[in-house]
Design a protein around this ligand. Structure first.
Ligand SMILES: [Zn+2]
Length: 392
């Protein structure tokens, strides 16, 4: 059967399901993956949103560079995303069936969804290799999220317009010797309760860059930067259970101090500590880490990616609103502020006042949590585990 009767959100789950099953490259059909992920299987919060939203983000237009970059990246519009959107436009014309989106994650609606599913499975099968198939999955999910969020989410804070928290966020400069990379799963892109977005909202794009998993342009930019700085200045915050993880105390600061605090970010990342934060659900993060290791092997000839482990992380402030925290037992932003706090205590870095950006991030987390909580209260949803876990 090509199209199952109950197939509510094919475009957003395929990549995640393939990744979970370790079959990103197997060419497994759409129908089988989607049948596992029906609306009934979604976490409660998403089901609520599913019933609540009726969004029509499609205006018959592609995504311009300005619109794309407005969501928090300085990259060009990914070619594969543009192609997916062009294909949607072509199909709309061909079938004379209007595209509509609905629900969180930009899910296609109505009879167009059935047509699109059939066509995209054909495209998927025609792709020559596993890498292209994987990039296609990512692009399809991102394209649908972009179009479905149009006119509904605030581009800066990724919250519904009515919940926009932008005016309450306080930017804070981060010492140019540190750069974060938010390695984000497409399923977390434009998610309202994503916390990785807070990093570039608070520190700016030069200090915290979005790298979408499976988007060639983003991954290439990130790895080009890593090639420049070298393996010794790149760490992934990921609990590596197979070997002894590196702690903040083990980080070599040799050569960093030529980088004065006043140096402009565009002077280059050669003397910058680069930290990759895996920004996805726990179940997706293993596939993301595997891909990082494979790419590290391609660049440095070895797949032993330096993993950084933090000393003490509390329960995520987002835990009560997000059943699957992104990183170990904490959310992405809390991991970043934990890292900054430990770096601040590191001899030699104390004068860079890294506790200030850490506090700014904590405040931003509070603002996000308040906004999400207020929304849930307003919608009459339950709030569980109200207690905040203050990390400082
Ligand atoms: Zn906003």
């Amino acid at each position: 059967m090509l199209v199952p009767a109950a197939r509510p959100h094919a475009c957003r789950c395929s990549l995640a399901a393939a990744g979970r099953a370790g079959r990103m490259d197997s060419g497994v059909g759409f129908a089988r993956e989607a049948s596992v992920h029906t609306v009934a299987a979604l976490p409660v919060e998403e089901r609520d949103a599913e019933a609540e939203l009726e969004v029509k983000g499609w205006r018959g237009e592609g995504v311009s560079l300005r619109e794309w970059q407005g969501w928090g990246t300085s990259s060009p519009v990914p070619a594969m995303v543009t192609k997916v959107i062009d294909d949607l436009k072509a199909l709309e014309k061909e079938t004379d069936d209007q595209i509509t989106f609905g629900g969180i994650g930009g899910k296609l609606q109505g009879s167009f969804r059935v047509q699109e599913d059939r066509k995209q499975r054909g495209v998927y099968r025609s792709l020559p290799d596993s890498e292209m198939k994987m990039q296609f999955y990512a692009a399809r999910q991102i394209a649908c999220r972009l179009l479905g969020s149009r006119g509904y989410l605030c581009q800066k804070c990724w919250l519904a317009m009515e919940d926009c928290m932008c005016s309450r966020l306080v930017p804070c400069a981060l010492w140019s010797g540190i750069r974060f990379w938010l390695y984000m799963h497409p399923k977390d892109f434009l998610r309202q309760n994503n916390t990785g977005k807070l990093l570039w909202q608070v520190f700016g794009l030069q200090s915290a860059s979005l790298c979408l998993f499976g988007v060639h342009e983003h991954e290439e930019t990130m790895w080009d930067a890593f090639k420049l700085v070298g393996r010794d200045l790149v760490w992934v915050l990921y609990p590596n259970r197979t070997s002894t993880p590196t702690s903040v105390q083990d980080i070599s600061l040799q050569g960093l101090f030529e980088n004065s605090r006043d140096q402009l970010p565009q002077d280059g990342p050669q003397k910058t500590l680069n930290f990759v934060l895996i920004d996805g659900t726990w179940s997706n993060s293993a596939a993301m880490y595997r891909r990082l290791k494979e790419q590290a092997k391609g660049v440095w000839g070895e797949d032993d990616l330096p993993c950084l482990s933090l000393c003490a992380l509390g329960v995520s402030p987002m835990h009560k609103l997000r059943p699957q925290p992104a990183w170990d037992h904490t959310c992405t932003a809390a991991a970043a502020l934990g890292l900054l706090s430990e770096l601040h205590l590191r001899p030699g870095l104390g004068s860079y006042a890294l506790d200030e950006p850490a506090r700014a991030l904590e405040n931003a987390l509070d603002v996000l949590l308040d906004a999400l909580t207020a929304r849930r209260v307003r919608k009459g949803r339950s709030i569980t585990r109200r207690e905040r876990n203050h990390l400082f």
